[in-house]
Design a binder for this molecule. Structure first.
Ligand SMILES: [Fe+2]
Length: 476
């Protein structure tokens, strides 16, 4: 792969990264371009859909894919790779049957038409969205259910973990926990029964609960991510309505029942970490999955989020593998300023280029910061697949960009710190290399966003979602 400044991609190339990877591997990576830094020590875990079809039937959306954990262990300039599926009972039943037995939230239906799907509202815990190592536990996360615990050495599935009874079956635990720099894991879950509410949890490094809150929510809440500052939890409640009838009748997935309401504002929910009522601030309608970061500045909150002009969805008749990217809104980084005294909310565009998967230095989470790392499109304007990694200096707008080439498609860049400075570290991303029809793991120096090593796997890994790095080493 070469770095260029402008190119177009082929949809057929992009599609190649959406093939199921049925095999599980474990091996030392030998085919390496460049040099793995000798002082890069620890383990990268990354989750994402590994299976995208079953019994000859394609899943309707990659977000319905079964969770597969990738592990890359770095030690003394070498790297060990392993991947394993999360062995949920639902996944195992479908493996045995070689047939889709559960509907997917994002539109995957069981074979047999509506008659075979009507009133079947069971959820398959696909455990596919994120994976974190915290307090001695490796957890695969999917926001609509409790986490699955895995063995960090072997990736064996140990079972559902309800966190000491805090998150019983039927309740959610978000796939976007935030690690407060003071050493707490902070997360939320959305509960829909008997009424909608946000459950908030803070754990210390022994998984002892140090704070817990519950707040009812007005209206439908599609909450995927949040921001945690020194004093607040902050959510963006997207202006969507949910009409579940087509889902209940077996015509569509639940996600196709979400309707973006351009007439309604986005509600910014601000909840004091040390207790107190939810405050609601209104801003222009937009749709947000991910927040880059946020912090407090005087009586203002500064919130940087990836905004879509409306909900980027795929209808039930469309095959996502033939999607016209131009027909979907692109994610753009915006800065919101919320004045806690006057209630005034402003927002400005920080990055026009299509972007996703923001990351900051872990010491800057919830604190004033300058630098954000993102997966970005090669085209500076159009909506397109992510083919580059960018460092954006927010105060100056200065950009450093690495492109994976016209046949390379990137994933989330995981920031691995090697010091206190915001540019002191590495970015590790999985790249689907369509020329080889295999995946590469690219390590970039975060300071100038240039590759220091490319690790060539001898197989492909489907596009993933989120991951994390721990300095704890687990390897062969
Ligand atoms: Fe996410």
């Amino acid at each position: 792969m070469t770095a260029t400044t402008s190119f177009s991609y082929r949809l057929d190339d992009w599609r190649g990264g959406h093939r199921t990877q049925p095999q599980e591997f474990a091996y030392w990576i030998e085919d390496i371009t460049g040099t793995i830094p000798a002082d890069l020590t620890g383990t990268l875990f990354r989750n994402g859909p590994g299976r995208l079809d079953r019994g000859g039937q394609k899943y309707h959306h990659p977000f319905d894919g079964d969770g597969m954990i990738n592990q890359v262990s770095f030690r003394e300039g070498r790297a060990f790779y392993r991947n394993r599926y999360v062995q949920t009972p639902e996944f195992q039943a479908e493996q045995r049957a070689n047939k889709i037995l559960y509907r997917g939230v994002f539109g995957t239906l069981k074979p047999g038409g509506w008659f075979n799907n009507i009133f079947d509202l069971r959820l398959k815990n696909i455990a596919n969205t994120n994976v974190i190592y915290w307090g001695g536990k490796l957890l695969a996360l999917w926001e609509a259910a409790p986490p699955y615990r895995l063995d960090p050495q072997t990736l064996d599935t140990l079972g559902l973990d309800n966190l000491g009874g805090l998150v019983p079956n039927g309740q959610g635990f978000s796939a976007h926990p935030r690690i407060d720099p003071q050493g707490f894991l902070v997360n939320f879950g959305v509960q829909t029964e008997p009424n909608s509410q946000i459950n908030l949890y803070e754990f210390d490094q022994s998984w002892q609960l140090v704070r817990q809150q519950e707040h009812p929510i007005n209206g439908f809440a599609f909450l995927h991510d949040f921001i945690v500052t020194e004093n607040y939890y902050i959510f963006f409640q997207n202006p969507v309505n949910f009409n579940p009838l087509p889902y209940v009748l077996g015509w569509t997935g639940a996600a196709q029942c979400l309707q973006f309401d351009r007439e309604q504002p986005t509600r910014i929910l601000v909840i004091p970490r040390r207790g107190g009522a939810v405050r609601v601030f209104l801003t222009d309608p937009c749709f947000v999955f991910h927040h880059a970061n946020g912090y407090e500045q005087g009586n203002e909150l500064v919130l940087d989020s990836i905004c879509y002009s409306h909900f980027p969805t795929i209808d039930q008749q469309t095959d996502y593998q033939t999607i016209d990217f131009a027909s979907l809104p692109s994610g753009q980084l915006r800065r919101f300023r919320v004045n806690l005294t006057t209630h005034r909310v402003t927002n400005t565009l920080l990055l026009e280029r299509c972007c996703e998967f923001p990351q900051v230095h872990p010491q800057r989470v919830g604190r004033a910061y300058q630098r954000v790392y993102l997966g970005v499109a090669a085209d500076p304007v159009a909506n397109a697949p992510l083919q580059g990694i960018m460092a954006l200096d927010v105060p100056t707008g200065r950009q450093k960009l690495w492109l994976a080439g016209s046949r390379g498609f990137v994933s989330e860049p995981v920031f691995v710190p090697r010091g206190e400075a915001e540019d002191q570290g590495w970015l590790i991303t999985f790249v689907y290399n369509a020329a080889r029809q295999c995946s590469d793991i690219v390590i970039l120096d975060a300071a100038d966003v240039t590759p220091v090593a490319t690790l060539h796997l001898h197989h492909h890994i489907p596009y993933g979602l989120h991951g994390s790095f721990t300095p704890v080493l687990f390897d062969a």
